[in-house]
Write a protein that binds this ligand. Structure first.
Ligand SMILES: Cc1ncc(COP(=O)(O)O)c(C=O)c1O
Length: 452
């Protein structure tokens, strides 16, 4: 069944799976005004992606909530955009909570999942009115119980299970003896079974449901089917031992894939693989709210990075195209060898005509290497197979598509590099500066340069 459905997704590779929301002329104007590298984000795409993800689960018999995983991109303008749609926020740190608080987000629309699960952290979380908290360890559960006692609040606890299923994905979060969640029955103390029983034994705590997160950029969905089957067995076991056992929320984490280099299934195609299993769970064990977390899918396609070719060199049928950007702005190009789709755009400024006599211009070398500005071997951008870089010259703009997730948040000052400005194309088609670029002066101060 899963294999059959996957075959349907083949043969769809084109660059404009990625929709361009800016014209060549706009890119030239914005690059002239703000310089490059430059990030551009499209507000309409953010709203559309949320709608698309929500609609994918319309076959589910209960309520469906989408939670934006703030780790993917915590830019306040993106958070505000999603807030307008009443989204839930998936938070993992007090820093992320601070951002949502500053934007006057509703604590009811938060699910908080910590990795460290410290007592002080849980006290702070509860003080801020957050009820839905995901615990991932027995000590975490104890700390949350203590915090609830101190603040005198009844949190709604979800238990993060590690279903220990095989995941075929770029980033795997579920594997045997892994870092995240607790095994269903595994440890003598750290087991979902024991934590749920402890919650039911406590007069201070409410059990809300289960959470799992299998990985990111998942394209084979058998892992969801397997995880739900394992969860079903655990629920059956718990129902035998706990009279009033029920689930209010089931959160199946993130993983919805994005087009980079190879075609990927749509969220609706993805959901179709396991929606039957979810409905079975709801029918057998009582209706629950289904929570879908997403970082990558909700923001990736909303954003483009504009960079410029600043130098080239050629030897032995190879052409090295040097950009004014680097992996300090697009870390996953180095870390995951992510093939962000690229496109070459002509610069309308005549200044580059001074290179018109350059013999390398329009040369037909076979092997193009797109490299960054950092003095680091890893700073090479894998060229996407949907991109044509064969005629790339000094002064051209290079667009990197679908870079909205896990890129801005990793901006690094390696080599004393500054952060580029970020512009948002708003619903009414205006370009608005939503993050200023930083300067060398600011970096010097931030690094303690003025401390005596
Ligand atoms: C718990 C959890 N939920 C959701 C996500 C988001 O995953 P994705 O960006 O693939 O949607 C992550 C990513 O690391 C995560 O750790």
């Amino acid at each position: 069944m899963v294999e059959n459905v996957l075959q349907v997704f083949q043969n769809k590779v084109t660059l404009h799976n990625t929709k361009r929301f800016v014209s060549d002329k706009e890119i030239n104007n914005l690059a002239e005004r703000y310089g490059t590298p430059l990030y551009l984000i499209d507000e309409k795409t953010l709203h559309n992606k949320l709608l698309e993800l929500h609609n994918a689960y319309k076959g589910f018999q209960g309520d469906v909530k989408i939670a934006y995983s703030v780790k993917a991109n915590f830019n306040p303008s993106i958070l505000k955009t999603f807030m307008k749609d009443g989204i839930t926020f998936d938070l993992t740190s007090l820093g992320e909570l601070y951002f949502i608080k500053q934007l006057k987000g509703n604590p009811e629309n938060i699910v908080y999942t910590s990795v460290t699960e410290e007592l002080e952290e849980y006290i702070e979380v509860l003080k801020n009115g957050i009820k839905r908290i995901v615990v991932s360890s027995y000590y975490g559960f104890i700390n949350l119980s203590k915090a609830a006692n101190i603040i005198n609040i009844r949190p709604k606890i979800m238990v993060r299970i590690n279903p220990e299923v095989g995941v075929k994905a770029e980033v795997r979060a579920s594997y045997r003896n892994g870092k995240f969640g607790v095994p269903l029955n595994g440890g003598k103390i750290d087991s979902a079974y024991l934590i749920v029983k402890s919650i039911y034994n406590s007069s201070l705590l409410d059990f809300e449901g289960f959470h799992f997160h299998l990985g990111s950029q998942i394209t084979n969905f058998a892992c969801y089917v397997n995880a739900l089957e394992r969860l079903n067995s655990l629920i059956n076991k718990l129902k035998k031992e706990i009279n009033n056992f029920s689930i209010n929320t089931l959160d199946i984490g993130g993983g919805t894939p994005v087009f980079y280099n190879d075609p990927v299934p749509t969220p609706a195609e993805m959901a179709s693989i396991y929606i039957g299993k979810l409905n079975n769970l709801a029918s057998c064990h009582g209706n629950f709210t289904l929570m879908i977390e997403s970082g990558r899918f909700l923001v990736a396609e909303s954003s483009i990075m504009v960079s410029k070719v600043v130098n080239t060199k050629e030897y032995n049928d190879h052409k090295i195209v040097i950009l004014d950007t680097g992996y300090h702005l697009l870390l996953d190009a180095a870390l995951l060898k992510q093939e962000y789709p690229q496109e070459v755009i002509l610069c309308h400024n005549d200044i580059y005509e001074m290179n018109s006599n350059d013999k390398r211009k329009h040369s037909t070398v076979k092997n193009i290497h797109l490299v960054g500005r950092l003095c680091d071997t890893l700073d090479v951008f894998p060229i996407s197979k949907v991109s044509d870089m064969s005629d790339t010259n000094v002064g051209n703009y290079i667009l990197f598509y679908n870079i909205g997730a896990y890129s801005l948040v990793f901006n690094m000052p390696f080599h004393c590099q500054t952060k580029p400005p970020v512009l948002m194309k708003t619903i009414d088609d205006n370009f608005k500066l939503i993050r200023k670029g930083t300067s060398h002066e600011e970096l010097f101060i931030e690094e303690g340069g003025l401390l005596s």
